[in-house]
Design a protein around this ligand. Sequence first.
Ligand code: NAD
Length: 466
Amino acid sequence: MSDQLLSIVGVGKEEGRPIENPATGDVIGYAPDHTADDLDAAVGGAVEKQPEWARLGHSARSNYLNKMADAIDAHAEELAQLLTLESGKPLNGPNSRMEVSMCGDWLRANAEFETPSEVLVDDGEARAVLEYEPIGVVGAISPWNWPMMITIWQIAPALRMGNTVVVKPSENTPLSVLALVHVLNTVLPEGVLHAISGGREVGARMSEHAEIGKIMFTGSIATGRAIAAASADTLKRLTLELGGNDAAIILDDCDPAAIAEDLFWGAFINTGQTCAAVKRVYVADNIYDELCQALASIAQAVPMGPGTDENNVLGPLQNKGQRDIVAKLVDAARDSGAQILTGGQPSDGPGNFYPATIVTDIAPDNPLVVEEQFGPALPIVRYSNIDEAIGWANGLEVGLGASVWSADRNRAMDVARQIQAGTVWINNHARPDPRIPFGGIKQSGYGLEFGADGLKAVAVPKVYNG
Ligand code: NAD
């Protein structure tokens, strides 16, 4: 790790908030405890710089986005190593190295999207044209599960559209985001991108800040509601990407052996700590036992351990609180009579490890099914009637993602049309693509990210009439 990045992670400082390695419990560094005054100073700097940044125009800002991607690539391995130390996620598999490389992908994609002027009316008498203008200062508040990638999802479109940005990472994973912002600021003009490391009180202050025009928020439903309430006085624009409890519905014509691997990773990506991962599976009766066994075999074979070990592809939970939530839900499922096909017993060693766990013969209203477990424990519910499965899938207050799996695309689409979710994947799950808009419905939030729609979400429409 370079000296600059080492100083960001507070090596040798012992001041600020200690950050622990989730795999060992060892302190890896110290995060600055920024205050509301620090936030005001950052917002002030962003306000001052914004008109100049906006005046650069799209092509110059796109060039900056590409330079940001190149800077990340140049520091990719040190960023991935730091991310692994702080988040626990392994370097390999769908984890740290993939997350860092996706940051570059999203920046480059956002450099390419266009928001051309839209001629609304031009009939010889009237002429009206709609254009998208910057909002001003955008606040980006992120969670701990994909700290670098979600930060990029928020700041890439915001910067591209001519806004300046103040980032507030999760108090659980500030170092990764501070290091990322540091790398980005080696190529950005000074004052365009700011990072404030603080807890919920700093996030709360951002939500009511008069000089922040929009909050991009990814996190829990409870916090999303708090932000919506706190932003009411300033009528801030909001994008709220909140919690989910994604269902996968497996139709009776699937070949269990053919789908098991993709379904497993749709659920256990980042050791289950992914907003739009499979969190409950509904499987047709005729293939239920075979598919459950196939998933359990994979769960037993996939190596879990410290993320710095190149062999591991599943890691610890990022924090102890999340591990306790998973353990409590699995214990309650076991007590209710559900079968723990594999896993279910946390190991004694250090770190927040919980084994990959497959729970079968579980009731559709069991808490492990209807609450977001956000970890490596997957409940699999048997169904004999597809309408019943669709009803269970739609029965919760959340609607982020879902998937339908079938050998027949038309059958899958017929079910997919009946599912209440922002995205329904067919025969895969949890595969974000920078070109494809993503967002939740119901209590999973509102607003779209990615693609040209994502650019428009961090802009204000302005109509020229006449
Ligand atoms: P969280 O809501 O506890 O925290 C997220 C961020 O909000 C943190 O930076 C935190 O400091 C900040 N915050 C806390 N209270 C605040 C307040 N009152 N005002 C403003 N900011 C405040 O969520 P978390 O535990 O970090 O993340 C896990 C949750 O995020 C899960 O529910 C998961 O489903 C959800 N998530 C959703 C998506 C998505 O795209 N929809 C992606 C990742 C995670």
